[in-house]
Design a protein around this ligand. Structure first.
Ligand code: ADP
Ligand code: ZN
Ligand code: ZN
Length: 737
């Protein structure tokens, strides 16, 4: 007689399993099932089979459906998610279900669906967009997008706006467009057949040490300056690991825009192994397909963003975390896990090596590799201090004091001169500015009114191209007013620099230069970024203007100048991690210059050229800067010297959020003597998306004491009535305050 009671995890905010009857179905642990829940049906995962239930058997309902032809989730992934849910204080069922591809959370059977692409008919091509009423702005945008590209898939339409698919269907009804089914696929850049380099001494040493280490768990921090050939080291390690029968390798990358380049490099060098990528730019069908290939063991190399750390991989033998310092590894909602940290846990449990690579390791990682000698998870440090291409030198970095020179539209004469020189020499330049849009604020010259977002404690950004003001926090959009709403003055100025304005200025200064802008606005279409990068490689672009999307991972041999515009606000941020982040970002972006045989130059425009951060940057000495920052953190007892968690709460009315936090405060205070609980306060961004926010910091010098308190606190909070009146979350090891 098979066990008839199933313990099932469901996507509901309760930290428990639910009992159902198998109803005569043969069911395995890890299997996906459909169950009645309240008045609806829910997808669940079978976690255990049992003979008994704490509930009366007559009250239990049978499962309505077992997806018996699908491979069940294996024990390893279920238990990893169980661990993560406990550690990050999140309901297990929700953690488990949200780690699955969306298709597996839906009630319809998980088959890959084809998607549609739309293109204009001759009739549609002849439509004069200017004749369409301005208020039909989405229609205008979709038409414009269809005019500039041969066809748009549903995913690409989604990138324009959530309503764009509907508009495209209306165009078909009007006979302005036609549609056809396409196989959804992410384009990867052309395969460049690169010769296999001989490893240099440092690279060879790094590879040898990892490969010759005793089999089993090992955490390696590969600290290599930009262009030092870390990727080459990864490739050798992957080749080695993949020699084991059926072995699989997982490579985590911070952002989707890095996957195409790495994917192309791995495909050309590891051509014998099937490779899949997992990231949010895939359609649901693709995502499911790739995930299933990974789960079945058919895919040997998996490249993915943070969520892919929870992919079932039956033969995982090596995990690589590229750019391990990158904050996009931290999930900022639902279960707030850090994919790098979960990677360490997973490697440890599987008893396999994990390699963390970065030019600017997170201070936590640097600390683990250099300071803490007693930790069980201590990392082994490997360093690459030379650029791999022998002729390539680190770029020369200079800071220009913007208070001492006359700026032309935000640009110093030195930078303009350097750009001119590159154009003459037919070399490429990159201007880095971390603000998309035209200008960060709209200012009234008479009364100094600045256009605010009504739903957030923030300013609206001017998007001149679209004649819109936009909030980058909540997405709110409005027309640019003709006059100041405060004093009636008509003289409103876009003030400060954004990518669009910089692009415009450059077009005026260098009318013959070929300029491309890379930011979230210009790359929202699916293949837009890949196309721009291809043009850069083909020498069809002279000057690239962009945000941090351009800072990482790209290798442009003919790029010899990097200009940095206006990063000063991060120097004086109240967030104690801001300077660490800025340093990493500037090291990364500086690392784009002079990667081949031509010398690189970096020009940083700042009002504070003598700031310690810039001094460290000029000497490009990560180690000195990291050690100095760690010392500072130790003195003031900040992470990694203490362990923290942040309880966040928000509500329409701050009084409610505060009431909840005060309640949590008194609970937490009584739970432990070893844990410091700070008074609830409001974050710098007090209001976000119309919600009033507050938080409470919890801090301990011992991890177990913190975790114990968090478990008790969260359990008690889940049972209180005030908790149902606010939106709250626990963030263990928060990165942002
Ligand atoms: P990183 O990932 O550390 O920034 P990459 O792996 O991208 O560096 O390497 C930078 C450049 O150096 C690439 O063009 C790569 O092909 C090249 N390269 C890497 N290792 C070697 C080597 N041993 N000899 C010659 N060129 C190399
Ligand atoms: Zn005014
Ligand atoms: Zn807003």
């Amino acid at each position: 007689m098979p066990k008839a009671i199933l313990k099932i995890a469901l996507d509901v905010p309760l930290d428990r399993l639910f009992d159902y009857l198998s109803g005569g179905h043969a069911v395995q642990v890890g299997q996906r099932v459909l169950v009645p829940f309240g008045r609806r049906s829910q997808i669940g995962i079978v976690i255990a089979l049992a003979d008994t239930s704490e509930f009366a058997i007559e009250k239990l309902k049978p499962v309505s459906r077992v997806f018996a032809d699908e491979r069940p989730l294996d024990h390893e992934i279920i238990s990893l998610l169980q661990f993560s849910a406990d550690y990050y204080q999140y309901p297990f069922g929700q953690a488990l279900l949200s780690a699955l591809p969306a298709r597996l959370r839906q009630i319809a059977p998980a088959v890959s669906r084809k998607q549609y692409a739309y293109q204009l008919t001759t009739l549609g091509k002849n439509v004069d967009i200017a004749q369409i009423p301005k208020r039909q702005s989405l229609l205008r945008r979709v038409l414009e997008a269809l005019k500039t590209s041969a066809q748009l898939t549903e995913i690409e339409l989604d990138a324009i706006s959530s309503g764009a698919r509907k508009v495209a269907k209306q165009l078909v009804d009007l006979s302005w467009a036609s549609s056809h089914q396409v196989q959804a696929a992410m384009r990867t850049p052309e395969l460049q057949v690169t010769p296999v380099p001989n490893l240099n001494v440092e690279q060879a040493l790094a590879v040898d040490r990892i490969v010759q280490a005793p089999q089993g768990f090992g955490a390696w921090l590969l600290h290599g300056i930009t262009g030092s050939g870390k990727t080459e080291v990864y490739i050798r390690l992957m080749q080695h690991a993949l020699q084991q029968p059926d072995a699989q390798v997982l490579v985590l990358v911070p952002e989707i825009n890095l996957t195409p380049q790495l994917e192309a490099r791995f495909r050309s060098r590891l051509a014998n192994y099937s490779l899949v990528s997992l990231h949010s730019n895939l359609s649901e069908g693709e995502r499911l397909h790739h995930w299933q290939l990974a789960q079945s063991g058919a895919a040997k190399i998996i490249i993915g963003t943070r969520l892919s750390i929870f992919t079932p991989l039956p033969n995982l033998k090596l995990i690589i975390v590229d750019e391990e310092h990158d904050s996009s590894y931290k999930q900022q909602d639902s279960m707030r896990y850090h994919a790098r940290d979960v990677a360490l846990v997973r490697a440890k449990r599987l008893n396999i090596p994990v390699v963390l690579g970065s030019a600017t390791p997170a201070l936590e990682s640097w600390h683990n590799a250099t300071v803490s000698t007693s930790l069980p998870n201590k990392y082994n440090l490997l360093s690459l201090n030379q650029r791999a291409v022998t002729a390539a030198q680190l770029p020369e970095i200079t800071c220009i004091d913007t208070t001492k020179v006359h700026l032309q539209q935000g640009l110093t004469p030195q930078l303009i001169q350097a750009l001119r020189l590159r154009l003459e020499r037919k070399e490429q330049s990159l201007l880095f500015i971390n603000r998309r849009g035209y200008s960060p604020v709209l200012l009234c010259s008479a009364c100094h009114w600045i256009a605010p977002c009504m739903r957030c404690s923030s300013k609206l950004v001017v998007h001149l191209g679209q004649k819109k003001l936009r909030c980058h926090h909540c997405g709110h959009e409005q027309r640019i007013p003709n006059q100041c709403p405060s004093c009636g003055n008509a003289d409103l100025h876009p003030t400060g620099q954004g990518t669009q304005r910089l692009e415009q200025t450059l077009t005026q200064l260098f009318p013959n230069a070929r300029i491309a802008r890379v930011d979230r606005d210009s790359t929202s279409r699916k293949n837009a970024l890949v196309e721009i990068l291809e043009r850069v490689h083909a020498q069809e672009i002279d000057i690239l203007v962009g945000t941090q999307m351009l800072a990482k991972g790209h290798d442009f041999p003919n790029l010899t100048l990097v200009g940095v515009i206006d990063t000063d606000s991060a120097l004086h941020s109240p967030d104690f991690r801001a300077s660490e982040r800025l340093f990493a970002q500037l090291m990364q972006v500086a690392g784009r210059a002079g990667r081949a045989d031509k010398a690189g130059q970096v020009i940083i425009q700042t009002q504070f050229p003598e700031h310690v951060l810039f001094n460290a940057l000029r000497s490009q000495d990560y180690v000195a800067y990291a050690n100095a920052m760690l010392q500072e953190r130790e003195q003031v007892q900040f992470p990694p010297y203490v362990f923290t968690a942040l309880l966040r709460a928000e509500a329409n009315d701050y009084a409610l959020a505060n009431q909840f936090l005060q309640h949590a405060f008194s609970l937490a205070r009584n739970l432990s003597q070893d844990v410091l609980v700070y008074d609830p306060v409001r974050p710098q961004m007090e209001r976000l998306k119309g919600m009033e926010r507050g938080h409470m910091l919890i801090q301990a010098s011992h991890r177990p004491a913190l975790q114990k308190l968090l478990r008790n606190l969260v359990m008690q909070l889940r049972g209180t009535s005030i908790a149902t009146k606010v939106r709250w979350s626990m963030d263990v090891n928060p990165l942002e305050f």
